[in-house]
Design a protein around this ligand. Sequence first.
Ligand SMILES: Nc1ncnc2c1ncn2[C@@H]1O[C@H](COP(=O)(O)OP(=O)(O)OP(=O)(O)O)[C@@H](O)[C@H]1O
Length: 307
Amino acid sequence: MAEEKEKVIEVRNVKKVYRMGSERITAVEDVSFDIYKGEFCCLLGTSGSGKSTLLNLMAGIEKLTSGQIIIKGKNIHKMSEKNLAKFRQKYLGFVFQSYNLMNSMTALENVEFPLVFKRIPPKRRKKMARDMLVKVGLKTRLEHKPKQMSGGQQQRVGIARAFVAKPEIVFADEPTGNLDTKTTMEVMELIKEVARANNQTIVMVTHDRRLAEFADKIIRILDGRIESIDLLNSDEKMDKESVEDTQEPESFQEVAKKKEEKKVEKKVDEEDNIQSLIVTQSETTSGSEVTGDNELEETSAATVESD
Ligand SMILES: Nc1ncnc2c1ncn2[C@@H]1O[C@H](COP(=O)(O)OP(=O)(O)OP(=O)(O)O)[C@@H](O)[C@H]1O
């Protein structure tokens, strides 16, 4: 719940239309809402409802068709690419379903990443990255590379990376979509706890209404429009009876649970999994900004390694 009523994100009459040949797909239609400092806000909807598009618009990754997105008083879609990139580095953090870690780098180096942009001296940023990894329970995995860690551990590294520079806002797109039920709950608790400790604002996309219950505010998206906005507090959880099922056939968590029940040993090749998901991620996110950020990250990776 927001402790101060400072508006950090204002979404005003936002519309996004994709053009595919002669076809026009309206992914987001006339969406308006506000998010306040310290709020944990969830965009909840079925597959194809437009929630990821909305998140990407809010992060400035996708271009608007019309409307406005104001973050910390700035109309982000009026910024130059360069200023937007700087703005993102200063105020925003990201957690992705596919972790998006650099496979050639250790956990420590991955978490140092955003601190390089902030020009924090190597010794200090190493300490900050280390402290953050300890906080997320990875004290014994500092020198491990992503493929030497489980999915849950990799997502903890992803969370440490997103939060280490203490960004005011963290965007998370299905952050637990690739994890089993137990790890999902641990990761959700972790995100919530870290954000609470620093009064950070979270905007999370999910199709899973159980995960939405971690939020203070649930914005339900249906066919690109807002269906409802619910405010929750810790004592007042969503009335499951009144909540319309999100109609997702089976979440990753449900599948994982069933497999656990049947005592099926599941060995996932993490490296292949991450690579294919990263490809999916880059296929689903469009726009030159994404490419720009990746280039930026590659550049800074070299900086980390050369320090
Ligand atoms: N780059 C694109 N080009 C054309 N249509 C797109 C593009 N990205 C998304 N869409 C369409 O916009 C709509 C909303 O997609 P979006 O990815 O935002 O939904 P979502 O709710 O996040 O779904 P999911 O949970 O499956 O990721 C869908 O109909 C989708 O097919």
